[in-house]
Design a protein around this ligand. Structure first.
Ligand code: SDX
Length: 442
């Protein structure tokens, strides 16, 4: 049987018995530091001739990881052992990105060096600007991001050799540094405004706000409350275990694809409304609701099995309690709207929707709570971002997590990811001559 992963213990076994024949097999149980144990099925097919079957991976561990831990029942989220509540309150996005990638919080000298490296990678090759003019002005900015981030591999050839740890590190720094620049350029292009260059004297979040909202004609002063809120929102979106987009990055990386292509695949996966695209969908839903009086009707529609409509920003594959990020996001929402003196009726609708849903048997029974996307859109709208940019901001922040998982997967020398299937198609059959084929083809 395969060796247990370095940071796991294997002390117990489980026995699988084939009732029809009475044959049985012992399978190793692997135990990590926290969370559910796993049954090691790596040798299952070779020993038993059976595959496991778990579309959507509801009960499947795809890897072992030391980066993020989630307890869905208790609503706990840890990054390298530190609670998201502490990181959101005391850390910064760059410090969290460092923690995710290197495993420990940086000391002062390490933080200064990391910040200097990231700051001095924020510019993009000037020719990248010409990519944007190939898009329609009304292209969705996520379509632009998938394109331009993948195109980074056409420019930075000195950091695509994944076998070289130094090149892997440079590629990681380039991606964390350049995502805000590329995202701001996507916003500017959509608005017909000139691109703004990064300003090295600004912090990570403030620099992004400057590149997005400043214009060449007048000075732009970054509001500290907005820079702090932006940085906290980036922290809350930085990583989240083996979610769909992170699993996409790991799978792409397992083939040896270059880091820029892998992150582009993560952006594509995050775009879906069931995943990172939900923040945009939440705001559209709240705008369609329009008034608190319509909430009961919307709740009924969300419960209707015959309707594809779901309450966007509600529910989660892992959290069966409050998403801890949603609580922090709701608090940030009140802070930012209060500081800006914004009285957005959508916030009232969102809070009333949350109140009613959390009292409804359907949501209680299915343990459906607000997730990270439920409040984020209201804050981002108050900060001046159009709805179409919401998922771009999610991708910007999640790049830190994607990069950390990509590094971890490569450093552990994972084999190429290649799932199998339960085949339910036609059995072997002879090729029929054209005129011998039946009339009714599907
Ligand atoms: C993110 O994985 C991550 O960690 C993701 C993420 C991250 O940081 O990377 O946290 C970010 O993607 C958050 C989720 C954003 N998506 C949404 O808000 C879209 C709305 N939510 C749903 O589509 C849904 O809740 C999912 C996709 C998030 C989770 O779906 P699951 O785990 O596959 O659950 P399911 O579809 O099996 O639902 C279980 C039941 C079903 O009812 P029954 O068939 O049992 O009767 O709950 C119902 C569902 O119909 N249900 C909902 C609902 N979500 C689930 N009903 C109404 N509204 C909803 N939002």
């Amino acid at each position: 049987m395969s060796q247990a992963p370095a940071h796991a213990r294997s002390s117990q076994t489980v026995t699988l018995t084939e009732d029809a024949t009475g044959k049985s097999w012992k399978l190793k149980v692997l135990e990590g530091t926290m969370g559910p144990k796993v049954i090691d099925t790596r040798g299952l097919y070779g020993e038993t001739g059976y595959f496991t079957y778990d579309p959507g991976f509801t009960s499947t561990g795809s890897c072992d990881s030391q980066i993020t831990f989630i307890d869905g029942d208790k609503g706990i989220l840890l990054h390298r052992g530190y609670a998201i509540e502490e990181l959101a309150a005391k850390s910064s996005f760059l410090e969290t990105a460092y923690l995710l990638q290197y495993g420990e919080l940086p000391n002062r000298a390490q933080m200064e060096k990391f910040t200097h490296n990231i700051t001095h990678h924020t510019m993009v090759n000037e020719q990248m600007a010409r990519f944007y003019s190939g898009f329609r002005r009304d292209a969705h900015p996520m379509a632009v991001m998938v394109g331009v981030v993948g195109a980074l591999s056409a420019f930075y050839h000195d950091s695509i050799d994944i076998g070289d740890p130094q090149q892997r590190e440079v590629a990681s720094h380039r991606l964390i540094a350049k995502m805000p620049t590329l995202a701001a350029m996507a916003y500017k292009y959509a608005h017909g405004q000139p691109f703004m260059y990064p300003q090295n004297h600004l912090g990570y979040a403030g620099n992004f706000l400057h590149m997005t909202f400043a214009v060449p004609c007048e000075p732009y002063k970054v509001k500290p409350v907005l820079a702090r809120a932006m940085d906290r929102i980036f922290i809350l979106h930085a990583d989240h275990e083996q979610n769909a987009s992170t699993s996409t990055v790991r799978l792409a990386g397992s083939s040896g694809a270059n880091p820029f292509a892998c992150i582009a695949s993560g952006i594509a996966s995050l775009w879906g409304p069931a995943h990172g695209g939900a923040n945009e969908a939440v705001l559209q839903m709240l705008q369609e609701i329009g008034h608190k009086d319509r909430i009961p009707e919307v709740i009924e529609k969300a419960k209707d099995k015959d309707s594809p409509f779901r309450l966007m920003g509600f529910g989660h594959r892992v959290y069966k309690n409050f998403d801890p990020r949603a609580k922090i996001m709701r608090q940030t929402c009140h802070e930012v709207l209060g500081e800006l003196g914004v009285n957005d009726p959508l916030l009232e609708i969102a809070m009333e929707l949350e109140r009613i849903a959390l009292q409804d048997e359907y949501f209680i029974e299915r343990k459906l709570y607000p997730n990270v996307d439920f409040y984020s859109g209201i804050i981002l709208k108050a900060m001046g971002f159009p709805t179409s940019m919401f998922t771009v901001l999610f991708a910007l922040a999640r790049t830190a997590g994607w990069i950390a998982h990509w590094h971890e997967m490569l450093s552990e020398g994972q084999k190429i990811g290649r799932p199998r299937q339960l085949y339910t198609g036609p059995v072997t059959r002879p090729y029929p001559a054209l005129d011998a084929r039946s009339e009714s083809v599907p």
